[in-house]
Design a protein around this ligand. Sequence first.
Ligand code: PGA
Length: 257
Amino acid sequence: MRRFLVAGNWKMNTTRESGSQLAQALVKEVPTENQAVEVLVCPPFPYLTTIGEIVGASGIGVGAQNCYHEKPGAFTGETATEMLSDIGCRSVLLGHSERRHILKETDVDINLKVKKALADGLQVVLCVGELQSERESEQTETVLNTQMTGGLDGIDASAFDQIVIAYEPVWAIGTGLTASPDQAESAHQYLRNWLKDHYSSEIADATRILYGGSVKPDNARELLSQENVDGALVGGASLKPEQFIPIIQAAIELSAN
Ligand code: PGA
């Protein structure tokens, strides 16, 4: 049985103060005895240590929003996975659509980062998803295939206990438009079959596939109820405890059923 993962992507938001308050609220409200749902927050780089100290031993994990693929050295402005591990960061988001489309990261760039992060023992949340124009021209599966093939090129089956896939249709990110539960389920099914075809049934069954794109308390339960949706990658709503906590609660309740 796959354990739900609810991850908050803070993007380039919060101050040290507001991020600390947010983390404190999560520590207070997320039951420490909660084993059913993995909870992760991904603050901006400058606050990773502060937030890591606040979540401490609460069971809430801290992840980065990006990393570089080289070992520490002369790479001005970049962050090595060694540094992330050093400060207790256990996960990293890679291939987020904002990095693909605004920062122009290619599948080749993303694949180098995936390999480096896995080699250094980080959990990788690999984000994939189509643009609105690609959905309209019925290219969704082609795009997902390209991003999965490129992002996971050369990745061994043995690494899959560190890999989570996040399906994030670009048209649903930060727009208030959410994929319908059927649209989400159909993309998730495609991704699970992809894992089966390229790896094995065991890996396809065990790998978590999160949905992301305008997840809110009022749509979380229905999305998380889909058979192939194993959690949520939450942007805007993860910045507000009164929205993020009910999403976590929905996952806790559903995993009890
Ligand atoms: P959103 O962002 O929840 O604000 O749509 C999701 C994401 O980009 O991960």
